[in-house]
Design a binder for this molecule. Structure first.
Ligand code: PEP
Length: 252
């Protein structure tokens, strides 16, 4: 039985004071919701703040990216060990905003996934097709390529140490997400691809859904058999939205 997991992706939003207020609200709002897992992925400068606020609670924390290199002359980059130093349990890898605007390639994403696993940080591997690819009927091919780039590099057992997140790019930040059945069909396809290599890993690995997840659509999405939680952007910035999504996850 896979436990539901809800992860907030704060992107490049927030400041010290607003983070403090948001985390206070999450700590009290999620305290009694013990049937699911929760985490927030915060901008790197606020990892210390997240660790101080959330340590010992039922809310995990993580980064939104990291270098594929473990150290060296890489100005402006953050090494995996630095995330580990601040107690990160999770790191988002290959978010479409990085694949798109920042030109992250499948091999870079695979290298980051591999080093996160080595460091004992759970990578949340984002997969998803653009609107053009979606309209051209290429969604399955795109996510298959993205998944295989990592699975072939790290091996299926290591893949199973991470988490998958299917986020159709056309559904991110627009307020209107994929229909639950539409999302389920890609989630099931991803699980089938993993099962070709290992039935056990396929049974265990959590596949989150992302793209305009909010309180009004979370219940129907999370009811799908292959949707094991959510990667939540906009709605994670307001406890009045994020807590109800977590409550829905807790109710399954
Ligand atoms: C995301 O940033 O991963 C995301 C899914 O954003 P939103 O929930 O705002 O669509």
């Amino acid at each position: 039985m896979r436990r539901k997991l809800i992860v907030g992706n704060w992107k490049m939003y927030g400041d010290y004071a607003s983070n403090e207020a948001l985390m206070d609200a999450l700590l009290s709002g999620l305290r009694d919701l013990r049937n699911a897992d929760y985490a927030v992925c915060v901008p790197h400068p606020y990892l210390f703040q997240a660790q101080a606020a959330l340590k010992g609670s039922n809310i995990g924390w993580g980064g939104q990216n990291m270098s594929q290199f473990t150290g060296g002359a890489f100005t402006g980059s953050v090494a995996p060990q630095m995330l580990a130093d601040f107690g990160c349990q999770y790191v988002i890898i290959g978010h479409s905003e990085r694949r798109g605007a920042l030109h992250e390639t499948n091999p870079m994403v695979a290298a980051k996934f591999a080093v996160a696993v080595r460091m004992g940080i759970k990578p949340i591997l984002c997969l998803g097709e653009t609107l053009e690819e979606h309209d051209a009927g290429q969604a399955h091919d795109v996510v298959e390529r993205q998944l295989n780039a990592v699975m072939n590099e790290v091996g299926v057992e290591n893949l199973g140490k991470g988490i998958l997140a299917y986020e159709p790019v056309w559904a991110i930040g627009v307020g209107r997400g994929a229909r639950p059945e539409q999302a389920q069909s890609i989630h099931a396809y991803l699980r089938k691809l993993v099962a070709k290599k290992s039935k056990d890993v396929a049974k265990e690995i959590r596949i989150l859904h992302g793209g305009s997840v909010k309180p009004s659509n979370a219940a129907k999405l999370l009811a799908m058999p292959d949707i094991d939680g959510g990667l939540v952007g906009g709605a994670s910035l307001d406890a009045a939205d994020f807590v109800p999504i977590c409550r829905i996850a807790h109710s399954f």
